[in-house]
Each structure stands twice: as C-alpha cells, then as structure tokens.
Design a protein around this ligand. Structure first.
Ligand code: EPU
Length: 415
C-alpha cells in the first residue's frame, strides 16, 4: 500500500493546472448510457474513481477509449445486467447507474452504493424520485431493483437538497414521457454541467443551477462532445495549502465564481486572493485570522473543503468554529490532526479549533479523500516528516497529488 511522505516547512510557490471536476465526470459517465451512441468527454481527471466507473461501464458492454484527458464512450452495444459487485459498493456515484439504466431500459438492479464513510448516507430521495416517475422499487440482498413499463414526467419535491438525487432524477427523466419538475433541487455547478451534457445529447433541461429544474422528456438521445468544468474542490485544496504554507500559488483553468465561497473565507482570514479570467492567485499572510465556517449546499461553503480548511485553521491566531451541516460524521480528520499537535475539540457536528499550534510530522491515515487532503495540508506545515497511509483514498479524488505538489516546490514523495 502506497504512503505519501511529506517533509514540511516549505511554502508552495508557482502555478498549477486544475483538472476536470470529479463530481461531474462521475455523473457524466453513467449519463452516456442514455444514448445508443458515442460520447466524447474532455478534461477527464486522472483519478481512481473514474477508473472504477469506467470498469463498471465496460462490464455493461460500453466501449471506452482514453486518450490523454479525452474519453470516448460508445454505448451502442450496452446490455442491461445486474450491477452488484464490490466496484459498485466502493463508489457513491454508482447510484447514478440506477437513473441511467432505468431511463434507457426501464429496469435496473444496482447494489447499494458505498463511497466515503461520512455517517449515514441514505438514497431515499433518489428512490422517491424514481417512484414518482412510475418505477416500482424493491430492495433484495443488498441491491435496489427498479422497474417501470414506462416513465412519466411529474412534479418531485426533494425533502433534502441533494446533489445525487437531483442528478439521478434528471438522468431517469430525460427519456420519460412528458415534463418532470424537480423542486428544491441542488444548485451545484456540477449539476449545471450534467444538464449541459444531457442537453448536448438532445435532452431538454431548463433551470439547472436554480432550485427548480424542468425536464421535457424526449427520445432518442444522440452522440455529443463535452468538456468538463474545472474541479472546484481540487482548486480549493491548493488554495488552502498555499495559504497554510504562507506561499503564493496561482490555480489555473478554473472558474473563479465557483471558488467564491473559499476565496471569501480566505480573505476573511487576511489572505490575499486575486481573480483572473480563468485563474485565482492566493498569497499567504501572517498572522492568519480565525474564522467560523458552516458548511452548506452551493453557494455556501462546501463540505468537501471543510476538512482541508480545518488544517489551515490550526495556524490562525485565535479560535475558529466549524459546523458541519451536510454530514453526520465528517470530522474524523480531527483525530489525526490532534495527534500532529493541533488543539481541536469536537462535539457532534461542531469543531472548536484553538489556532496557532505548531504541528509535528508523524504517521497518519487518510480515512477518505478530503480527510486525506487535510493531512496533506497539515503535513506541508508540520515540522519534520509526515507519512500518510491509505493514499489510495486521496487518489480517488486528486490526480497525481505528489507530482502537483512537487511542481509547487513541496518536498513530497510516494513510497
Ligand atoms: N441525503 C438524504 N437522502 C438522499 C440523498 C442525500 O438524506 O436521498 C442527505 C445526505 O445524507 C447528506 C445530504 O443529503 O446529508 C447531502 O447529500 P448529497 O446527496 O447532496 O450528496 P451526494 O450526492 O451523495 C455529492 C458528492 C460529495 C459531496 C456532496 C455534497 C459525488 C459523487 N459526491 O454526494 O462529494 O460531499 O455531493 O456536496 O458527487 C467528495 O467529493 O469527497 C464527496 C463526498
């Protein structure tokens, strides 16, 4: 098992290109199943979760070819079969196979999705959506069975603002008869990206990016070509790392507006953040001011950046408060940060960070991709050597993190 080793204390300096968004591509790949055609997706990130999902598509009979960062998926010869193995269970995004297969074949058997262990992660809103569209649903032997003679457009109100449910219902609804309206929909940029992709295939989706999405079903869908939006979580992580190390980093190929929640918080800490057309530059400062963070659906502060931001707040002069509103259990990185010298107290979904403590390198474990990113930020600040085990977790969401950090002057290597 690979370990990431970091000798801390060097400021990150330079510029770094940001990859395509993980949470987009993980929905776009299943979306290709909706057309019996070949779709080309550009700006695909080189991360583990993409490989797992590509394997799942191949098992369904899709022909997938990768050239550089461009992926071509031909779904003409796809056959519907139960998808229930460990690949499915290792990935939250495998839930999108439900919407896509139900849309195309009127039937799907998909194992309960896994993914990061962040507390209970139900899919009741996805299922509520499928049921409203006319599917019958049963759960047997750890798999969801969905069946519909025909899917009919309808009005669906989500009880919880959910990225996954919004996307999954869009996938099932694009080939349904009539109009589907999703109310209280999530508004994340990745949802807009998925809608743009589907519209490129000939779907008729309006309102993505607002909390009411209207889908006029039509069939068939066609081939398309699409470039994925930049990954705001990868960009945000490098911005946080730049501020934590007192360096100066330009993240390139980004949409600055998507980074506003993290830019605003960094500015509140006294960090210099300047925006270009397709770049954001972060320049560290001393002292860093403490801030409070409450994670929220977009455009609030993203839960996915809460973990690396916690590591940054250990260096602020004063006490910061974090409230994690999205997940029940997304403060597991705190244990490891405290072992490295941080002084953080947690109570349920709250963390109180007493900043200004030196961190010390040691052997720590990445529990999930973002907890791993928190340890990377901590390792970059820490005195001595940090060894992060289970870096396959980090590789699920961050492409070549060791190479990219080295490009910015960090002393990092993989062992
Ligand atoms: N929820 C329900 N019922 C549902 C669906 C969600 O109660 O049917 C709850 C969840 O338990 C959670 C909240 O609603 O408390 C929000 O969950 P959401 O459905 O929005 O999350 P997701 O679709 O499972 C995606 C990303 C996550 C990211 C969240 C929130 C993918 C593959 N994953 O998950 O990304 O944290 O949206 O923005 O798109 C990550 O990248 O590290 C990651 C975990």
């Amino acid at each position: 098992m690979d370990t990431l080793r970091i000798r801390g204390g060097r400021p990150l300096v330079g510029s770094i290109p940001i990859a395509g968004a993980k949470n987009s591509v993980l929905a776009l790949l299943p979306a290709t199943l909706l057309a019996e055609a070949s779709c080309t997706i550009e700006n695909v990130p080189a991360i583990r979760d993409v490989k797992v999902l590509v394997d799942l598509l191949r098992r369904l009979g899709a022909e997938v070819a990768m050239e550089g960062t461009t992926l071509r998926v031909d779904t003409a010869r796809v056959v519907n079969r139960p998808m229930i193995d460990s690949g499915v269970r290792s990935l939250r995004a495998s839930a999108y196979l439900m919407g896509a297969l139900l849309g195309r074949f009127g039937e799907a058997v998909v194992g309960l999705p896994g993914g990061c262990n962040l507390g209970s992660r139900p899919i009741d809103q996805h299922l509520k959506g499928f049921e409203s569209l006319g599917a019958t649903i049963s759960q047997r032997a750890g798999a969801i069975h969905l069946k519909a003679a025909r899917l009919r457009g309808t009005r669906i109100y989500l009880d919880v603002v959910s990225v996954g449910a919004t996307i999954n219902i869009m996938l099932a609804a694009v080939l349904a008869e009539g109009v589907t309206v999703i109310e209280n929909a999530a508004t994340e940029p990745e949802i807009v990206d998925v809608a743009t992709f589907l519209n490129g295939m000939g779907a008729r989706i309006q309102g993505a990016g607002t909390d009411v999405i209207r889908i006029r079903g039509r069939s068939p869908l066609n081939a398309c070509r699409h470039a994925i939006i930049p990954d705001r979580m990868e960009a945000g992580t490098y911005m946080i790392a730049a501020a934590a190390t007192g360096g100066e980093v330009r993240v390139d190929h980004v949409i600055p507006l998507h980074l506003e929640p993290v830019s605003a918080k960094l500015r509140e800490m006294g960090v210099f953040v300047t925006e270009g057309d397709e770049s954001v530059t972060v320049k560290g400062t001393d002292p860093l001011l403490p801030v409070d963070i409450k994670t929220q659906p977009y455009p609030g502060f993203p839960t996915d950046l809460q973990s690396p931001f916690t590591a940054l707040l250990t260096q602020a002069k004063g006490t910061s408060l974090i409230i994690e509103n999205i997940y029940e259990e997304r403060l597991k990185h705190v244990l490891e940060l405290n072992r490295m010298g941080a002084r953080i107290r947690t109570d349920g979904r709250m963390a109180l960070i007493e900043g200004g403590t030196p961190l010390y390198g040691m052997r720590v474990r990445a529990m999930d991709p973002r907890a791993g990113a928190a340890l990377v930020v901590a390792g970059l600040i820490a005195e001595g050597e940090t060894a992060i085990t289970d870096i396959h977790q980090i590789d699920r969401s961050y492409e070549r993190i060791d190479q990219k950090l080295r490009q910015l002057g960090a002393d990092v290597w993989r062992e």
